[in-house]
Design a protein around this ligand. Structure first.
Ligand SMILES: CC(C)(COP(=O)(O)OP(=O)(O)OC[C@H]1O[C@@H](n2cnc3c(N)ncnc32)[C@H](O)[C@@H]1OP(=O)(O)O)[C@@H](O)C(=O)NCCC(=O)NCCSC(=O)C(=O)O
Length: 410
């Protein structure tokens, strides 16, 4: 496939074209991972309302929000009403020129529109087609809609989050969507490798619930071994002590002592209490975890007697992972973030410039550059449809008049 964007020569996914019919978070996240690696992602949005998240989060323009912008960098946006025959034809004409299609319609919704796997595979043999649903599409809950919060509740994730004796708590960000997007992107990359080998495309079905369950990780296996929920530890670790957030005399910090050698240094060089590591109850991590009710409060009290900077200095000198507890704004504007160029101001036609997260990958010593800020609604409709489908401006104007699409101002 030849990309219409000449600036992606060196990207790993240069020449891969993705048609992103998805909305909200998980699907767009998946497409953004591919876009970050240089795939040309054409995001299809409803001409009137756009992606639902153009209405979520803080508003920064007429159709721009912080929520939308966090999930859609490096893409183009075209507006097509998929429920019109003309809109459907446009998609059917685009599909043969695409390698990957992603969507998150409720199960059966894509087929109803004429965008099911079988329908599109017939147009583009070798197509990689990724459908994101709330629940397993082969099961009885296939048609249930799903949002992150519901899945966080149903998968047990909320049950493991928070302090002991407090109600279940959701994670701050929509972590199920995030992980579903990442898993989906990996499945697509694997399917692309397989297609190189076999020439065959693939149907990929992802469910939020399946991915949410995976996120429970070692807590999940603890629950199965115990036969009941493990205790909730809040900021502490279930099996490592000390490993958590502590209050120094003048503020909170994280201390993460992950092995016995680190604990030895922690006692001798940080809190200056060699007697603690010499006590057999605290000599190994297994023993420390067993005696956490004695050790925990004692360390808490001791740590509170030291100024935070002194602790951080000693911990750092001893090679023990540690850090401040920053505010979100503080972290995003910190020297570390600036040095890594992790947040960059990108030109934006509506607001002048807008901050965009940089992809976190560094390849051959180079951080993958951001190609473009998240698109305004339908900014690419004219350019994409004229370059890929050779549509004339008259045709586009006529379709706009019928409400099938919207064109950006010239
Ligand atoms: C996200 C949803 C809950 C949204 O629910 P709904 O709005 O009811 O979903 P649908 O996908 O069925 O879309 C509603 C209707 O819009 C129509 N539709 C959508 N796009 C278009 C365009 N471009 N043109 C015309 N019509 C359109 C679609 O055909 C449906 O028509 P009709 O059929 O005629 O009604 C669901 O899509 C879903 O469960 N998706 C799978 C899981 C998922 O991705 N969840 C969100 C993760 S993000 C998240 O949870 C979070 O951020 O938090």
């Amino acid at each position: 496939m030849t990309s219409t964007n000449p600036s992606v020569q060196d990207f790993p996914l240069q020449g891969v074209r993705v048609l992103d019919l998805s909305r909200v978070f998980a699907g767009p996240m998946c497409a953004m991972v591919l876009a970050d690696f240089g795939a040309e992602v054409i995001k299809v949005e409803h001409p009137g309302r756009g992606d639902d998240t153009r209405d979520w989060g803080l508003r920064i323009g007429k159709t721009e929000t912080t929520y939308y912008n966090s999930m859609n960098r490096n893409k183009r946006s075209i507006t097509i009403d998929l429920q019109t025959p003309e809109g459907l034809k446009i998609i059917h004409d685009l599909v043969p020129q695409c390698d990957v299609v992603i969507h998150n319609f409720k199960t059966g919704g894509a087929e109803k529109l004429g965008l099911g796997y079988e329908q599109l595979k017939a147009l583009r043999p070798g197509l990689i087609y990724c459908a994101v649903a709330g629940y397993d599409t082969s099961g009885p809950e296939a048609s249930r809609p799903g949002y992150d919060l519901v899945i966080q509740g149903e998968s047990g994730l909320m049950a493991l989050n928070g302090e002991a004796n407090t109600p279940p708590l959701k994670f701050g960000v929509a972590v199920v969507d995030l992980m579903t997007g990442m898993y989906a992107a990996q499945a697509i990359l694997a399917a692309m490798l397989r297609r190189e080998r076999t020439g065959k495309g693939q149907l990929i079905e992802m469910a939020l619930y399946d991915c949410g369950l995976m996120v429970t990780g070692y807590y999940g296996l603890d629950a199965l071994k115990l036969g009941h929920d493990p205790e909730r530890y809040g900021n502490a670790h279930p099996s490592i002590v000390p490993y958590g957030m502590y209050e120094a005399a003048d503020g909170p910090l994280i201390i993460a002592v992950g092995n016995n050698a680190q604990f030895d240094k922690f006692c001798r060089q940080v809190i200056m209490r060699p007697d603690i590591v010499e006590d057999p109850r605290f000599a190994t991590n297994v023993e420390r975890a067993k005696h956490r009710l004695e050790l925990g409060p004692m360390l808490k009290e001791l740590i509170h007697t030291f100024p935070r900077d002194l602790l951080l200095e000693r911990l750092t000198a001893a090679g023990i992972p540690c850090g401040r507890v920053a505010g979100l704004h503080e972290a995003l504007t910190s020297e570390r973030t600036r040095r890594g160029r992790l947040v960059q101001d990108m030109p934006h036609p509506v607001v002048g410039t807008t901050p965009v997260f940089a992809p976190p990958y560094r390849l051959d010593g180079r951080r993958l550059p951001i190609r473009n800020a998240p698109p305004t609604l339908g900014e690419g409709t004219r350019e994409v449809l004229t370059s890929l489908l050779a549509m004339s401006d008259e045709q586009l104007q006529a379709l706009q008049a019928q409400g099938v699409l919207t064109l950006p101002q010239l």
